[in-house]
Design a binder for this molecule. Structure first.
Ligand SMILES: [Ca+2]
Ligand SMILES: [Ca+2]
Length: 367
């Protein structure tokens, strides 16, 4: 058989063709790998950019919210020299011009808090209608759960949360046991024995509460009760209640009945019956509360006794030195938010060169 062998020239051409194909495949592979690498690199850069943008957004929001706190603190620092009382109409308390939607950087802050109509007005209907006050809240308008009595706590929990009196008294007893130094349980209370029996056990604190969230450790407390009592309680302040700013449920907690609370709220709102404006009336000192109310309304012996008792027990004040500032920051045309809640104590001592003290500071981002 005569098989024709390829000539040397043909062999060389075949090798060259095969080499070109190999180089082409190699180039295509390299291009493919480079593309994947570039995509990977791009994704990494994009993730880093997103992260940096988020950090910048948070930082900006925080600075804006902080500006709100400083603005409100300045208003608190301004009052007190001429006026001996702290009122809802004061510029720290109700000041739309200085505290609502104030532009800072490329966003704005608003300092304020929401309330229910029934907290500040005596209303049989629409008591739950919401409202907003643009200003700081007076901590002494609330009940201090570190110094309140069993009866005061029971009444406040029952009135605001709507649970029955037996359960309200049980939770109040557990709050007292939680904060008192001894290990002796009240009839419906709870001490170490109960808390140590839990699956995730801990000791009873036997010391005052440092923040409201601590209530969740206490027997009987749940989210429903907590959310409803939260606007009316505090762990700060002297323990006295400022009769010029107190919220209606706090008056009920102190043991005043409907008719007395109605007269106080009507008196405070002035002739126009609108709270937090220029014609509001105030109580100038604790000992004149009964006399001032009696000048405007007829007071029964029982009503006079109720008021006289809480004054004699040292439950009331007409001035405040502790305030809660809630400042919310937003960026223009964006949905992200930052909220700072800050409790400050005003410096009443002129000898000390300091505006006041920060007692609590909480920051929350909604991003
Ligand atoms: Ca105890
Ligand atoms: Ca008024």
């Amino acid at each position: 058989m005569n098989i024709m062998k390829p000539s040397k020239r043909k062999k060389s051409l075949m090798c060259k063709g095969s080499n070109r194909a190999s180089i082409l495949i190699l180039v295509l592979w390299s291009l493919g790998l480079l593309t994947i690498f570039a995509l990977y690199l791009g994704l990494g850069v994009r993730q880093r950019l997103d992260f940096l943008l988020r950090v910048e957004t948070r930082s900006k929001l925080y600075r804006i919210a902080e500006a709100g706190v400083k603005q409100a603190a300045a208003q608190i620092g301004n009052f007190g020299e001429e006026s001996p009382v702290a009122l809802l109409k004061d510029t720290w308390s109700n000041n739309v011009g200085a505290l609502s939607q104030i532009p800072v950087l490329d966003g704005s802050f608003t300092v304020g808090y929401s309330y229910k109509a029934g907290d500040l007005y005596f209303k049989d209907s629409e008591a739950d209608k919401p409202g907003i006050i643009y200003g700081a809240a007076d901590v002494m308008s609330r009940l201090n759960i570190n110094s309140a009595s069993l009866d005061e706590l029971s009444r406040l929990i029952e009135y605001t949360s709507g649970i029955d009196s037996y359960r309200a008294e049980g939770i109040a007893s557990c709050i007292i046991d939680w904060r008192d130094a001894d290990n002796a349980s009240l009839p419906n209370g709870a001490e170490d024995k109960y808390y140590r029996s839990l699956r995730f056990s801990y000791d009873c604190k036997d010391f005052p509460l440092e923040n409201l969230e601590e209530l969740y450790y206490i027997k009987g407390m749940d989210k429903n009760v907590y959310d409803r009592i939260k606007p009316y309680i505090t762990v700060h302040g002297s323990g006295r209640v400022n009769i010029n700013t107190a919220l209606a449920p706090v008056f009920y907690a102190l043991g005043l009945n409907d008719s007395v609370v109605k007269k106080i709220l009507l008196y405070r709102s002035g002739e126009d019956q609108v709270i937090a404006n220029s014609d509001d009336c105030s109580f100038s000192n604790e000992n004149s509360i009964v006399a001032q109310l009696s000048q405007v309304y007829s007071m029964s012996p029982s009503e006079i006794a109720q008021l006289s008792n809480i004054v004699a027990d040292g439950k009331t004040a007409v001035f405040s030195h502790t305030f809660l500032i809630s400042s919310v920051a937003v960026l223009d045309k964006r949905t992200e938010k930052c909220k700072i809640e800050c409790v400050i104590e005003k410096n009443l001592n002129a000898d000390v060169n300091k505006a006041g003290w920060i007692l609590d500071w909480k920051t929350e981002f909604f991003i």
